[in-house]
Design a protein. Sequence first.
Length: 95
Amino acid sequence: MHTAAMGFPAPSRTGAATDWDPQADSYVHALAVDGDDVYVGGEFTTIGGRERRNLAALDALDAQARDWNPRPHAAVLSLAVGGGKVYVGGDFSMM
């Protein structure tokens, strides 16, 4: 998935699209949802109103960045969540 820096619709709890927009300043390649958290991976430096390099956790309701900030040094291309962990794949070798 290559989602440009523009906003993209996100489903609401009812399944209807919303205008949820984390305002990423570059590409988003991956999304994973865990409860009220949306994990976003890509090639951005800001998202959800805060500086976040390539990986961020956002509030599912207001698209604001959470405090979590692992900062991988290159693109994040895939994400999965499960068992309280976030699994990340991409072009990086350090976080």
